[in-house]
Design a protein around this ligand. Structure first.
Ligand code: HEM
Length: 403
């Protein structure tokens, strides 16, 4: 039986992933980690999996879950006193059944496939408006990749348009804690999370008085077995939906544009065959996913990757590595928009499978073909600026020239 690997090489590779060069191109390091062992121990004690099958198992195995409140002390001793941590660790993203099941059911009854599909014409309109405004050299993040998703999720939730831009900085500050929980990050993340919460409290109070045709009003009204969301749960849910609704999709759009510009043959293919939009987006999600990793804890003694793992062990699944596993994908390092039988891990799996996956897919499937068709000339106009994080992968600036 294979054992947990504790090797100096694995530690070096994992450390490199937290530095500039590793962030720029984590994929060769992922390859080596996959080759070294299915399960390696990181410096902070967590167990790391990098193969596709093992990452998928981590998301689906019901014996793995999120840390119960008493274990969160490990992350930050006073986590409940930090609004940034409370707003994350009490959200559906990180809670366990039965609360997760109840909240997921409640939000699913409001955030329906019909509500998402109904947005299609509106998304196409927003895409056209943004493309109309792009000329010459522009920062693709400012001009397109941020405004599109923030306006889509803003409209869905019912956040008035003039209020939306402030959330770019606020959400970036709040999500600093996804990387690691350091005192200096909490000083930035706490006021940002509090500002998001205060804003949403004001908006929710308005919708209680005067409901509108939006998701916040639907959440206010949502009832399941006569049980409503508490005010606290409602604000946490709205904050998570809003943040997750644009932060990740912005990065999907930037990562996709960078990948296409670096593969002009694939860009030309998408231009020539817009019918490829669905397989193209799956492949772009696989090739350079915005969410690179997710974390769990073992409730029980389990076997993972054929290795016995004791209950209480923390486990990190590198989705970005699993997405390049040659055991699962033919020529995994090749961007191939026609790839069939694609199964990116990018939206996770199991009970926490991304609630916004249909919306993110829809936005990218409309936006990317429209972008490449609008501009016969689309190129880099400078070096892209990488976002300083590992868990969320993307760019803060992406200078492009269009004509
Ligand atoms: C390309 C864009 C996106 C990516 C790559 C992405 C990725 C993910 C991943 C990997 C998870 C699972 C995390 C885990 O299991 O630990 C997740 C969960 C979630 N996502 Fe997304 N997401 C995207 C867009 C969105 C959008 C647009 C929304 C909202 C409108 C959204 C809302 C959520 C929510 C609420 C959860 C938690 C679900 C639960 O725990 O039950 N996401 N997402």
């Amino acid at each position: 039986m294979t054992a947990i690997m504790e090797s100096a090489e694995a530690l070096t590779l994992l450390n490199e992933l937290t530095r500039q060069a590793g962030r720029e191109d984590p994929y060769p390091r992922y390859r080596r980690l996959r080759e070294l062992s299915p399960l390696v121990r990181a410096e902070d004690g967590a167990l790391v999996v990098t193969r596709h099958a093992d990452c998928a198992a981590v998301t689906r195995d019901p014996r793995l879950g999120h840390m119960p409140p008493h274990m969160l002390e490990f992350i930050s001793p006073n986590w409940e006193n930090h609004v940034a941590l409370r707003q994350l660790f009490t959200s559906i993203l990180t809670i366990n059944p039965p609360d997760h099941t109840r909240l997921r059911r409640l939000v699913s009854s409001s955030f329906t496939a019909r509500r998402v599909q109904a947005l299609q014409p509106r998304i196409a309109e927003m895409v056209d408006e943004l493309l109309d405004r792009m000329t010459g050299d522009v920062d693709f993040v400012e001009a397109f990749a941020f405004p599109l998703p923030v306006n889509v999720i803003g409209e869905l939730l019912g956040i008035p348009e003039p209020d939306r831009p402030q959330f770019q900085g606020l959400v970036r500050d709040w999500t600093l804690i996804l990387e690691s929980v350091r005192a200096e990050d909490l000083k930035i993340a706490d006021p940002a999370a509090a500002a998001i919460r205060d804003y949403l409290a004001g908006l929710t109070a308005e919708r209680r008085k005067k409901p509108a045709d939006d998701l916040i009003s639907a959440l206010v009204a949502a009832e399941e077995d006569g049980e409503k969301l508490t005010e606290d749960e409602l604000l946490t849910m709205a904050a998570l939906l809003f943040a997750a609704g644009f932060e990740t999709t912005t990065n999907l759009l930037t990562n996709s544009v960078v990948a296409l510009l670096r593969h002009p043959d694939q860009l030309a293919l998408l231009r020539a065959a817009p019918g490829l939009r669905a397989s193209a987006v799956e492949e772009l999600l696989r090739y350079d996913t915005p969410v690179q990793l997710l974390a769990r804890v073992a409730w029980d003694d389990i076997d993972l990757a054929g290795v016995p793992v004791a209950g209480g062990e923390r486990i990190v699944a590198y989705l970005g590595a699993g997405n390049r596993d040659p055991e699962r994908f033919v020529e995994p390092d090749r961007l191939d928009l026609t790839r069939s039988d694609n199964a990116p891990l990018s939206f996770g799996g199991g009970i926490h499978y991304c609630l916004g996956a249909p919306l993110a897919r829809l936005e990218a499937q409309i936006a990317l073909p429209a972008l490449v068709n609008r501009f016969p000339k689309l190129d880099f106009a400078g070096e892209p600026g990488r976002r300083d994080s590992l868990a969320i992968r993307g760019y803060t600036t992406l200078p492009v020239s269009v004509s």
